[in-house]
Design a protein around this ligand. Structure first.
Ligand SMILES: [Zn+2]
Ligand SMILES: [Zn+2]
Length: 287
């Protein structure tokens, strides 16, 4: 199964590259990246920030690596095997065909999508907090926070370990509702679009919607070098900001256009892809 998934995914990537279509996440990634980049170029928030900003190409590589290469190398194969093992063990021990305890499949598709989107975002908000609070996980998440000049491509700059942490934690609650890992392309595409915008060098005045959706003006504070004393971070929301407002972790003291980004000693953080991949395994977590 591992080998089949591995080869199957490699074939799919090749097929997807040769036959672009709207049911294809890679095409969405390319198109959304170009569109958001164009918006950054035409109406930049920080006018003096270069179009090819610091680490632009590094982040572009992270995008390719995390979406295509990491999956190709084995994430897809591993998750297929694990999902199969969980299902078989469940059937063996309990006789249940699936983990689903609530069957949402009778609901209209749009409401299934909405539930999946909101629930997944809430789970991810919780996981994101844990990434900040647990010292050894923070060492992995630091890769994302080592961005010093913000732009859309920073969205997918993260250590591959984050993919594993997020997917493993998401798997059980989503499976309880009968959702699979890769279902609902549209949910992933919407999350991708919002994530790109949150990191983009654009001003997106949301008005009252700022209490519902994350935005570049809110997420920049998540990347602030100076965060409120005694906290592990602020504005943990991925697509939605509502969780931060509800649970008291929202923080937007002023216009954050030109604030310093990163963390203490970010100047001394490794700057190359391979060094950053190794760093969490070799650096001692902070006390
Ligand atoms: Zn973070
Ligand atoms: Zn971010």
């Amino acid at each position: 199964m591992f080998a089949d998934s591995f080869v199957g995914y490699a074939r799919w990537v090749w097929y997807a590259l040769m036959h672009p279509g709207w049911d294809n996440f890679l095409l969405w990634l390319v198109v959304l990246s170009i569109v958001v980049w164009m918006v950054e170029i035409i109406v930049p928030w920080r006018r003096n920030q270069p179009i090819i900003r610091k680490d632009f190409w590094l982040d572009a590589w992270y995008m390719v690596f995390n979406v295509v290469v990491f999956s190709l190398i084995g994430y897809y194969a591993i998750s297929n095997v694990v999902a199969h093992a969980v299902r078989s063990a469940l059937l063996e021990v309990t006789g249940w065909e699936s983990l689903a305890v609530i069957d949402l499949s009778s609901l209209p598709v749009w409401s299934q999508l909405l539930i999946m989107f909101v629930l997944r975002d809430f789970i991810q908000w919780n996981v994101h907090i844990v990434l900040h609070r647990v010292p050894w996980l923070w060492e992995f998440h630091k890769v994302h926070h080592s961005v010093e000049q913000m732009g859309f491509a920073a969205h997918l700059r993260f250590h591959w370990m984050e993919t594993i942490v997020y997917r493993v934690v998401e798997y059980i609650p989503l499976a309880l509702l009968g959702f699979g890992i890769s279902e609902f392309l549209i949910v992933h595409v919407v999350a991708l679009a919002i994530g790109h915008l949150n990191h983009a060098n654009v001003r997106l005045p949301l008005g009252k919607l700022v209490y519902v959706f994350n935005s570049p003006q809110m997420h920049i504070w998540h990347h602030a070098k100076d965060i409120p004393k005694g906290s592990y971070g602020v504005n943990y929301g991925l697509s939605l900001s509502v969780w931060d407002w509800l649970f008291g972790t929202a923080w937007m003291p002023k216009d954050g256009r030109d604030i310093a980004l990163g963390f203490e000693d970010v100047e001394r953080y490794p700057t190359s892809f391979w060094q950053q991949m190794r760093a969490p395994f070799t650096r001692r977590p902070r006390a």
